[in-house]
Design a binder for this molecule. Structure first.
Ligand code: PMP
Length: 412
């Protein structure tokens, strides 16, 4: 017998399983609303014009070599990525208090942040539990990432099924009742899977509670630019917390969505410290961890993003590209909303369908139950997760009416 004969079969990843089922389906009207990747109005992957410009320039420069990057990545990339998320006039940056490391996209940033906290966070002062508070629900991989390094994920309330909106009371109650100095994971903008974000006023109140309670803010920012179409606007929460100076913060950053560089695996982890000396020590430890895990991050995506962030022509084009993506998603929200409300007069789970317009970013949480979702998938050939999350990027002017007709059938 093989030494691995006792290895049990693991279940397939829910999202990637959905994509496989979609691909195998031969129905001509099938729609994939599962995966969180941007599609154009023909349902095709979109290579951003700014990315095409950068690739062309890289191709022309035959002198670019294929040596290893440094352990913490391409310096021009990490420093400009830090400015993008923290702001070009960030005091944390000018005071050299930020440790920035290039990572394997947002997933790698979350993982590196998790390993670092597991090694160095004073959990003994935070109620003695090696745990992180994550929103209920959250990106499914958060649980897996923290479990795999030995930090226990515990839920805090986020989504209120009754209002199909934010459970602000539940959230603030948990912030007040958690042991002081607890670690909380926050989605910087465009919460996945719910699309439910706090208002600016609510973010201020959340920041007040972090200050009072000494909590640690673990920001995951996978959709900067995708929420509003404006990169600065979408960094509001992160900058607010860091400008307070009293809240300890780290930020996971991904260029998968906002630069359409899903497969290049380009991202960064930024940890903000109180002094440049602390930041240098943190960077040195991140280097040690990174060395044992991946040695050096990959170069291609880092070079593309560096050019986009630093060359004025590419930068201008990128602003347009981000707006193109955000605007198309917002226009799909309007279409779906008006079809359900005006054409089909579909009964809504929370009393109305306004949440389709209000929710932010790539996803909408329809608020339908599992049985209703199953009908949409099995009979409508519209692929979505059983929690009623749909990717707005999968809707097009050609399929939105078909999708609305099946939401209508399921909701009745
Ligand atoms: N965090 C959240 C909340 C996400 O939705 C995603 C992408 N689905 C990521 C992190 C990381 O994605 P990637 O590793 O592709 O950057």
């Amino acid at each position: 017998a093989s030494i691995f004969s006792d290895v049990p079969q693991a279940p397939p990843d829910a999202i990637f399983k959905l994509t496989a089922a979609y691909k195998a389906d031969t129905y001509d009207k099938k729609v994939n609303l599962g995966v969180g990747a941007y599609r154009d109005d023909d349902g095709k992957p979109w290579v951003l014009p700014s990315v095409k410009m950068a690739k062309r320039a890289l191709l022309e420069n035959e002198d670019i070599d294929h040596e290893y990057l440094g352990i913490t990545g391409l310096n021009e990339f990490t420093s400009s990525a830090a400015k993008l998320i923290l702001g070009s006039s960030s005091e944390a940056i000018s005071e050299k208090r930020v440790s920035s490391v290039q990572t394997i996209s947002g997933t790698g940033a979350n993982h590196l942040g998790a390993v670092f906290l597991n090694k160095f966070y004073p959990f003994d002062k935070a109620g003695g539990q090696r745990q992180i508070y994550i929103s209920n629900p959250t990106w499914a991989n958060h649980k897996a990432i923290f479990n795999s390094v030995g930090i226990k994920p515990v839920d805090y309330p986020w989504y209120d099924a009754k209002t199909v909106g934010l459970d602000f009371e539940g959230l603030t109650k948990t912030l007040k009742e958690a042991p002081k100095q607890s670690v909380f994971l926050l989605h910087a903008c465009a919460h996945n899977p719910t699309g439910v974000d706090p208002t600016k006023e609510q973010w201020k109140q959340i920041a007040d509670l972090f200050e009072q309670q000494g909590h640690y803010a673990f920001f995951d920012c996978a959709y900067q630019g995708f929420a509003s179409g404006n990169l600065d606007e979408d960094a509001y929460s992160v900058r607010l917390f860091i400008e307070r100076r009293t809240i300890p913060v780290l930020v996971c950053q991904s260029f998968a969505k906002n630069a359409g560089l899903y497969g290049e695996r380009i991202g960064a982890l930024h940890i903000v410290s109180t002094t440049p000396e602390r930041a240098a020590a943190v960077t040195s430890q991140l280097s040690v961890i990174q060395r044992s895990e991946i040695s050096n991050p990959p170069a291609f995506g880092a070079r593309i993003v560096t050019m986009i962030l630093n060359e004025p022509k590419l930068w201008d084009q990128w602003q347009k590209d981000v707006t193109t993506m955000a605007d198309r998603i917002i226009s799909m929200r309007k279409s779906l909303h008006s079809l359900l409300v005006e054409k089909y007069k579909t009964p809504a789970p929370g009393g109305n369908w306004d949440h389709i317009l209000k929710q932010i970013g790539m996803f909408t949480f329809l608020g339908l139950n599992e049985k209703q979702c199953a009908l949409i998938v099995n009979e409508g050939h519209i692929y979505m997760t059983s929690n009623s999350r749909i990717s707005m990027a999968g809707l097009t002017t050609k399929n939105v009416e078909y999708v609305a007709s099946w939401i209508d059938k399921a909701a009745r």
